[in-house]
Design a protein around this ligand. Structure first.
Ligand code: G3I
Length: 458
């Protein structure tokens, strides 16, 4: 997780967020150089290669497939972020009004947490996949049901979610630039901002995203989303990120202005995320398109990460179009290799708001922390940088203020909950190439750490 270059608190009304950068001592001041790996150092999984630039690489996961060992082996090896494909949607979590069912969503959350992965929540308010009782509602009753649903579900998953798709697909296709007609839209044009404010109140630690498709290039629909995000930012409606689903095929290929479109949204002061990537096709053409998408994300400093919409082709909602990175047997496709190569060879464009940690020399590491504090809780992102020699493992130690404790950790193994806490590398991000860096994060209650972290390399 990364903190905005413009602190979120600047436009958020509540809770107050403060971005603090702590730089380890004993380090020569110099411009940041987040170098990518040489061929010999190149990371060998999607998650590890994305982590080299502080990004994640995720997948949609289906609870019903967690018993398939080929599926879980590939998913666990390659990905560092998980989105529940269907299990956190409205029809899954509230099948009858005020009767909440989290069994399958919790299975995915447990699998993610147990394997050191972060979670994207999908989705709290959507015209589609509404349970029958909600489909037939309107007006104030529906508005109140939406607020209740968001509050209950976001509260249930509080502390576990990196980012929520708060509202999904609320704009119409075509050239109208209008909102999509739906029962939610007919409750009043302010339903989207009410959804975001409700989600922020329920889980202040989660980034809050608007998510849509056919917004991947500049067009009437993405222009309308852009205007909404601009308006929300100017009025302090809590929005932190925009998700670009990125479902591509020959009729709807990767737009030529894909990167420019991501960048213009990022320039509004929000993160951008590629949330449901799949590209129909095969062979070198499919591989080239995947490469284009990855390079576009790497070139936009506020592009936080990429999620593909499933593991193997056979897991896809469009299985017959073979749009994913692994074939039905879990073998890597040319699109996989192109994606990994793009991640390993990408431009050195670290996240805008990341602390500038100058590299130490001689096989050592340095650490810096970006803190995101709100009343009663915090998230901390720690960047570890190698010096002029690669490190093969690392451990960061820092001291929490009295009363604070760690509740959740990602991309590292946590050794303790309060006082002096130690975080060691996960298996996939142990090695940092010379001049490179990686990140881990943790969430906690109380006040976040103000002490300088120390870093020990091995
Ligand atoms: O689980 C039942 C199964 O028991 C039953 O036999 C079968 C019969 O049709 O249906 C199964 O449920 C299906 C479910 O996926 C699980 O496979 C639903 O019919 C089917 O509608 C549902 O499709 C999902 C779709 O959203 C619904 O809108 C896809 O899995 C899911 O990948 C897709 O995801 C969406 C994102 O949420 C938003 N963006 C677009 C994306 C693709 O449509």
């Amino acid at each position: 997780m990364r903190q905005a270059s413009v602190p979120h608190g600047a436009t958020r009304r509540s809770p107050l967020r403060v971005a603090t950068t702590l730089i380890a001592t004993g380090v020569v001041a110099a411009a940041t150089a987040v170098a990518f790996a040489s061929a010999a150092d190149a990371a060998t999984t999607l998650g590890a290669s994305a982590a080299q630039s502080g990004r994640y690489f995720g997948t949609a996961i289906a609870a019903g497939k967690l018993g398939d060992s080929v599926y879980t082996t590939v998913a666990n090896r390659e990905f560092t972020m998980v989105t529940a494909e269907n299990e956190m949607k409205i029809d899954a979590t509230e099948p009858n009004q005020n009767q909440f069912t989290y069994t399958n969503g919790d299975r995915i959350a447990s699998w993610a947490t147990g394997n050191g992965k972060r979670l994207r929540g999908h989705t709290l308010a959507w015209h589609s996949q509404q349970p029958g009782w909600m489909q037939s509602m309107s007006g104030t009753a529906l508005r109140n049901a939406m607020i209740n649903h968001i509050t209950r579900v976001a509260t249930h998953y509080k502390g576990q979610i990196y980012a929520w798709d708060v509202v999904n697909e609320a704009f119409a296709d075509g050239n109208s630039g209008a909102r999509r007609d739906s029962n939610l839209q007919r409750t009043g044009n302010d339903w989207i901002e009410v959804a975001f404010r409700t989600a922020r109140a329920a889980d202040p630690g989660a980034k809050l995203c608007y998510n849509d498709y056919n917004t991947d290039g500049q067009n009437a629909k993405s222009n309308a989303v852009y205007a909404m995000v601009q308006d929300f930012r100017s009025r302090g409606v809590p929005i932190d990120c925009v998700g670009f689903q990125s479902h591509f095929n020959s009729q709807s290929p990767v737009p030529g202005d894909y990167q420019a479109n991501l960048q213009r949204f990022a320039d509004l002061g929000v993160d951008v995320q590629i949330t449901e990537l799949d590209i129909e096709g095969s062979g070198s053409a499919q591989a080239a398109s995947y490469s284009t998408v990855v390079k576009a994300c790497l070139a936009v400093s506020r592009c936080a990460g990429i999620t593909v919409w499933g593991v193997r082709d056979t897991d896809s909602w469009r299985a017959s179009a073979t749009p994913l990175l692994f074939d039905g047997n879990g073998n890597k496709k040319p699109a996989y290799t192109a994606t990994l190569d793009a991640l390993n060879g990408g431009p050195t464009n670290p996240p805008t708001s990341d602390p500038t940690t100058p590299p130490p020399t001689g096989g050592a590491c340095s650490a810096s922390t970006t803190l995101n504090q709100w009343t009663g809780g915090f998230t901390a992102t720690v960047r570890i940088s190698a010096g002029s020699a690669a490190v093969n493992g690392w451990a960061v130690t820092l001291t929490l203020p009295a009363g604070a404790s760690v509740t959740n950790t990602w991309n590292a193994v946590a050794g303790g909950g309060s006082g002096t806490v130690r975080f060691a590398n996960a298996s996939y991000n142990a090695r940092i190439p010379a001049g490179g860096s990686t990140e881990f994060g943790f969430q906690g209650t109380g006040t976040g750490p103000s002490a300088t972290p120390s870093c020990a390399a091995s």
